[in-house]
Design a protein around this ligand. Structure first.
Ligand SMILES: O=C1O[C@H](COP(=O)(O)O)[C@@H](O)[C@H](O)[C@H]1O
Length: 225
């Protein structure tokens, strides 16, 4: 797996530097594209990066922001990734960006899959993607042991894959590995020794066992303790 690992003395420096890099990538791509799509993770790690990125000086009115994946919970839930990006990323200068939703109220993601895909399809490919990773080596909502794992990893996968996994307390919806890999720039954000070890343990494993391996090629991994 060919990826670059950048390590930082602390999380604050990582957040600042990574936000600068993401903004730089977007600015560069905006010099030759009318609009760009930035896909970002939810979960506990990216908040500090969002706090810096939202203040970046770039033409946010030409940026579409979307999630790499969403937990199937209402937007007022603490577990909603949409809520996180509304509160921490789509503020300040980045309030001018457009959100491409990965959640609309419905019992199950399957009920609204086509509707959600129809709002994304014309904006692809992604320009820049920031991914997270869990201790179990899942990325986005592509979990080891998930019911639709093979579909999410298929080179001809659809844009979105609904997912249920033993390690996930609610249904999920995720961009497929194919769509994530079509991004011009890929970054992965991980904090802590456990995740660094998980990344090491992923080495040599099949994506079915270590889904992070499906997206690492050509990525820059950013790590701080
Ligand atoms: O559930 C999720 O987990 C991963 C990792 O989250 P973290 O809390 O360990 O940083 C995240 O990348 C993904 O977007 C999220 O839905």
């Amino acid at each position: 797996m060919n990826y670059e690992l950048q390590t930082y003395p602390d999380r604050e420096m990582l957040a600042m530097d990574l936000a600068n890099k993401l903004a730089g990538d977007l600015r560069t791509i905006l010099t030759h594209e009318d609009r760009v799509v930035l896909a970002v993770p939810g979960g506990t790690s990216p908040g500090p990066v969002f706090d810096d990125l939202c203040a970046a000086d770039l033409d946010w009115s030409r940026v579409d922001v979307m999630l790499t994946d969403e937990r199937w919970v209402p937007e007022d839930s603490d577990r909603s990734n949409t809520r996180l990006i509304r509160e921490r990323l789509l503020v300040n200068r980045a309030a001018a960006a457009r959100l491409l939703p990965l959640y609309v109220p419905a019992h199950e993601p399957e009920e609204v899959l086509a509707e959600l895909e129809s709002q994304i399809i014309d904006e692809l490919p992604l320009a820049v993607v920031l991914l997270g990773m869990g201790n179990d080596m899942h990325t986005a909502s592509i979990f080891p042991g998930a019911d639709q794992l093979a579909k999410a990893l298929d080179p001809h996968a659809p844009i979105l894959v609904p997912m249920r996994a033993p390690g996930a307390p609610e249904p999920r919806i995720t961009l497929s590995a194919r769509v994530l890999n079509e991004a011009i720039r890929k970054h992965v954000l991980i904090f802590g020794d456990e995740k660094r070890e998980a990344l090491e343990n992923a080495r040599g494993k099949l994506p079915e066992d270590a889904p992070i391996n499906a997206v690492l090629d050509g990525a820059t991994v950013h790590w701080a303790e």
